[in-house]
Design a protein around this ligand. Structure first.
Ligand code: FAD
Length: 290
């Protein structure tokens, strides 16, 4: 389908981009990689009067790695993450998740900021943001603010962003050496959105028991979520088959998926438990090999 008519602007500064969004009072949209927005325009899910192209905004395409963690500029593309060899050490869970995002051509254009702003409930990056307690830095006409990922996603395709706000950066807390992790996803075809996926990590304490366990899931609700009951099953325990089974069962019990054209709610509920089980088994196996 042809796109609806719209005006187009490609500002050179963040201030100008924010001013354009603010002036249109909800009837303008930012465009980054266009990989979600253009299909939405084609299907008339949205028809803004103005598109504000972010591609010339300086500095938003950087990946910075420091003692405080990983900072992903909003215009960092999936391809940039997969090409940055530093991230294998600085945030291996992020890399493992991004390997599942979309297909080659889409990974060359799609951005982390676009993914987080789009807030697809089955997308990997929002799931990583929530699982890892990321912060999302935004700038709008009222200035800058930082939103915790857990407060950012309000529902399917719905976020805490105001219509004049632009995501500038996603900040992932530092990843300590030796942290155990796993990412598992089931999709109908490689690169499709997840039917269900799980991101898990924990640190081993001095006695070899799990501490600081984090279990995040996508595809099984209207937004990415952590599963406190699964984390409680892990914290203080040895991550053996029994513990893994308890965490997986707690996950299946906690989620509230809906039936849709891809899968029934019951199937997603069972599947997400299996994803947690596999992700924890991978984490524990890496731990045994270390
Ligand atoms: C066939 C196909 C398969 C895909 N499979 C997957 C998949 O498996 N997993 C996955 O996660 N994604 C998948 N995607 C989506 C892809 O990852 C998109 O690139 C991503 O969701 C959006 O990024 P974008 O830069 O293209 O954003 P755009 O399409 O440009 O924008 C998306 C939305 O975000 C807003 N926006 C963009 N940047 C900003 C910003 N910095 N600040 C504020 N708002 C902003 C726009 O206004 C728009 O509402 C798929 C897409 C396609 C077409």
């Amino acid at each position: 389908m042809k796109l609806p008519a719209f005006e187009y602007a490609c500002p050179a500064t963040l201030a100008e981009a924010v001013a354009l969004l603010a002036a249109h009072d909800g009837d303008a949209k930012a465009i980054a990689g266009g990989q979600s927005l253009v299909p939405m325009l084609a299907f008339r899910v949205t028809a803004p009067a103005l598109l504000v192209d972010l591609r010339k905004l300086p500095g938003l395409d950087r990946i910075a790695i420091g003692d405080d963690g990983v900072r992903l500029g909003a215009l960092v593309r999936w391809r940039d993450i997969l090409d940055d060899k530093r991230l294998a050490r600085a945030h291996p869970l992020l890399v493992a998740a991004v390997r599942h995002v979309a297909h080659y051509q889409i990974r060359n254009r799609g951005t982390v900021g676009g993914s987080v702003a789009h807030a697809d409930p089955a997308a990997e990056m929002p799931g990583i943001a929530v699982a890892c307690e990321a912060e999302i830095a935004v700038t709008g006409k009222a200035g800058k603010r930082t939103i915790a990922a857990k407060d950012f996603f309000l529902g399917a395709l719905t976020t805490a962003l105001a219509t004049d706000e632009i995501i500038t950066e996603i900040r992932l807390p530092a990843w300590p050496a030796g942290r155990r992790f796993g990412f598992e996803e089931f999709a109908l075809r490689r690169g499709d959105f997840a039917i269900a996926a799980a991101a898990v990590f924990y640190d081993a304490d001095a006695s070899g028991r799990a501490a600081n366990a984090h279990v995040g899931v996508v595809g099984v609700g209207d937004r990415p979520a952590r599963i406190p009951a699964a984390e409680a099953a892990l914290d203080g325990a040895r991550v053996d088959a029994d513990t893994i089974a308890r965490a997986a069962a707690a996950t299946s019990a906690a989620v509230e998926p809906h039936d849709d054209i891809h899968a029934s709610a019951a199937y997603r509920r069972a599947l997400v438990g299996t994803m947690v089980e596999r992700a924890l088994a991978a984490a524990a196996a890496a731990s045994a090999a270390a």
